[in-house]
Ligand binder design. Structure first.
Ligand code: UDP
Ligand code: MG
Length: 316
């Protein structure tokens, strides 16, 4: 019998865990040829999420839970789950029931056909604001233009990964992880399934505008140096224009003298150039910040307990 682990990152999901477990259980029963394990990752929740996990663990020995020492963010919580997941395949699923567990049998079917990464693509996004849909649309467009790898639009983290792909992901220990990009980066045989994304079952999304913006910047800066290139090109264009203007001013002064004037043009040029310089500095800063975070070599997450036991030194 093949072992499959379902990894569920959870941050303040006390209202969803039991429902998710029930729905997963139904699916698991229908797939009797496989041995399923459920691994909940508690990403420093401040509500009763951990208690719920502990209760499920007592009821069902196929449930495990991993509790991180604080909130590390979904990307790191997923990595922790992948590190601890065992079996020939791993399924990543959100705790809020936005990803329908009913898709799992289809994923398994494709996996059996030899695909290593069976991911779910959203056909629709119910219950999401107009702003979120529009910004997501444009973001993927820009990312595809910039990044050197192809990151499909409307694909989340809901997917089945073969053991080989899981090991590949676990070997990429970069900080400020942009998992969506890493899924593409590792390659392997990919298969797409379509589904309709439900609105969140209970609770609120933890992704606010700032977090999404940060993730968006991480996506671009971890897969492309195009913004730096853009800064150089901008510099070349602006200095060429400035040089032509300089020639014009010198010639004009030689021919017609220099009555003191030009305050408005001077102030606009200074302000404009100041703005451009700050933007370019910001772009460089994003990359310097990434180098800084990489150079510290801190672990991506810290575990406080695994199935009720403390973990001392190292992973497991
Ligand atoms: N999540 C997490 N750590 C965080 C934020 C979110 O583990 O810091 C989990 C959350 O519990 C859920 C999944 O990541 O299972 C997706 O989060 P959310 O629904 O808030 O994001 P959205 O669906 O709005 O993109
Ligand atoms: Mg959600």
């Amino acid at each position: 019998m093949k072992n499959v682990t379902i990894v569920v990152p959870c941050y303040n999901e006390e209202k969803n865990i039991d429902n998710l477990y029930e729905r997963l259980k139904d699916i698991i029963h229908s797939l009797a040829d496989y041995k399923f394990h459920i691994l909940f990752v508690n990403d420093g929740s401040k509500d009763n999420t951990l208690n719920k996990m502990q209760n499920l663990r007592e009821l069902d020995p196929n449930v495990s839970y991993l509790s991180l020492s604080r909130n590390f963010g979904k990307e790191n919580a997923m990595l922790a789950g992948l590190d601890f997941a065992e079996g020939e395949a791993v399924i990543l699923i959100d705790a809020d029931l936005q990803d329908p567990p009913e898709l799992i049998p289809q994923m398994i079917e494709e996996w059996e056909k030899g695909y290593d990464d069976v991911y779910a693509r959203r056909r629709s996004r119910a219950g999401e604001t107009w702003f979120k849909k529009a910004s997501a649309h444009w973001y993927y467009r820009i990312l595809q233009k910039f990044a050197d790898i192809d990151i499909p639009a409307d694909v989340g983290d809901f997917r089945l990964l073969d053991r080989q792909a899981v090991d590949a992901l676990c070997s990429l220990r970069e900080r400020q992880r942009y998992t969506k990009g890493l899924f593409s980066w590792i390659g392997y045989n990919k298969k797409e399934l379509l589904f309709d994304r439900e609105p969140r079952a209970a609770g609120n999304s933890k992704m606010n505008f700032l977090k999404l913006f940060g993730l968006a910047v991480d996506g671009i800066t971890s897969f492309s140096v195009a913004p730096l290139r853009l800064a150089s090109i901008l510099g070349i264009i602006i200095s060429s224009v400035a040089f032509m203007y300089l020639v014009f001013v010198v010639v004009k002064t030689l021919l017609f003298g220099d009555p003191v004037a030009g305050y408005p043009s001077m102030i606009s040029i200074i302000l404009f150039m100041g703005g451009i310089q700050l933007i370019v500095l910001g772009i460089i800063g994003e990359y310097v910040g990434r180098i800084f975070n990489e150079a510290k070599h801190r672990p991506d997450y810290l575990v406080s307990e695994y199935n009720g036991k403390k973990i001392l030194r190292g992973k497991k």
